[in-house]
Ligand binder design. Structure first.
Ligand code: GLY
Length: 311
């Protein structure tokens, strides 16, 4: 932890993909992302920890139905929502998360609780038990839009029974928040409803160090096709490169050059301990926005070039 106060930094994402249409268009997405920056950045200035900031930012994004996490999560092959979320405290270098949890408004709250637990990653049954233990209210995150999307997809397709667990073309929504606080501590949080139409029991990268990772040197949250993120072990790969001496820019450049070579479809956001911010993508669109203490910016119109860096 730095002894002097540092300028806090914040970067968030609402997923990656090929179009903004299903999310209400560019201006609507921009407004949603900026609102989160405008709530969370002042908290960081007031001295809130990076962990508290990323959890709060995640909760707001989970509550925004246009993004695929919490309320508005996509439905799986059997028409159910199963969400995954994780939190990594870079200062203590501790990871916690929940995998395929249902009936909760904010999966990230469970990940936060688990930070201080002996057992730090819980899957479906364990998450349900934890929900009961914490007495969190039962919540239905399914929106009409998501239900209609699922029903449209299933129209004339009922020979694929719910139990046949057919994996459909991948979606790429996720939300994530990365912060550097005034004490120089980093944290990352990521939450998702998964790919949509996936097999029952499929596990998302969002609750793995592949999709969400932090040390005292850097913190990264990923979005995109989870299997591609796992194949590159993207968040951990970038963070460990920085921890081993790469600049954040160098780590993003190297990791995204590899990702292009391997034809991956994803995006990532990150901050290092010096306050540098980076956003990268191989997908067509990355819904990311950042606050560096002076400016607010986003990647929504990042068509030419695939990386953004701010020292
Ligand atoms: N990146 C989210 C998922 O594939 O589940």
């Amino acid at each position: 932890m730095a002894s002097e106060q540092v300028q806090p930094k914040l970067v968030i994402h609402g997923g990656a993909g090929s179009s903004l249409e299903g999310k209400g268009g560019l201006e609507a997405v921009r407004k949603s992302l900026r609102e989160v920056l405008q709530i969370i950045y002042p908290l960081l200035l007031d001295g809130v920890s990076a962990v508290e900031a990323v959890v709060k930012g995640c909760e707001i994004l989970e509550d925004e139905p246009r993004f695929n996490a919490g309320t508005g999560s996509v439905l799986q092959s059997d028409g159910q929502v199963r969400m995954s979320a994780s939190l990594m405290n870079g200062f203590t270098q501790s990871f916690s998360g929940v995998i395929n949890v249902s009936r909760v408004q904010n999966p990230i709250k469970l990940a936060k609780f688990l930070q201080t637990s002996d057992d730090r990653v819980l899957s479906d049954l364990g998450s349900l038990e934890l929900l009961r233990e914490l007495q969190l209210p039962v919540y239905n995150p399914i929106t009409d839009l998501r239900l209609n999307e699922w029903m449209e997809e299933r129209k004339g397709n009922f020979n694929k029974s719910m139990a046949s667990v057919v994996s459909e073309p991948a979606g790429t929504g996720t939300i994530g928040v990365v912060a550097l606080d005034i004490h120089g501590c980093l944290a990352a949080a990521t939450s998702t409803g998964g790919k949509g139409f996936e097999r029952i029991g499929r596990v998302s990268d969002s609750a793995m160090p592949a999709g969400n990772y932090a040390t005292g040197s850097a913190a990264v949250s990923c979005t995109g096709i989870g299997e591609h993120i796992m194949d590159e072990c993207l968040a951990a790969r970038i963070v460990i490169r920085v921890t081993d001496g790469f600049s954040l820019k160098g780590a993003f450049e190297r990791s995204f050059a590899e990702a292009h070579e391997h034809k991956r479809d994803f995006g990532a956001i990150g901050i290092d301990a010096s306050g540098a911010i980076a956003c990268g993508k191989t997908s067509e669109i990355l819904l990311a926005a950042f606050h560096n203490g002076i400016d607010i910016g986003d990647t929504l119109e990042l068509n030419h070039g695939t990386l953004i860096f701010m020292a």
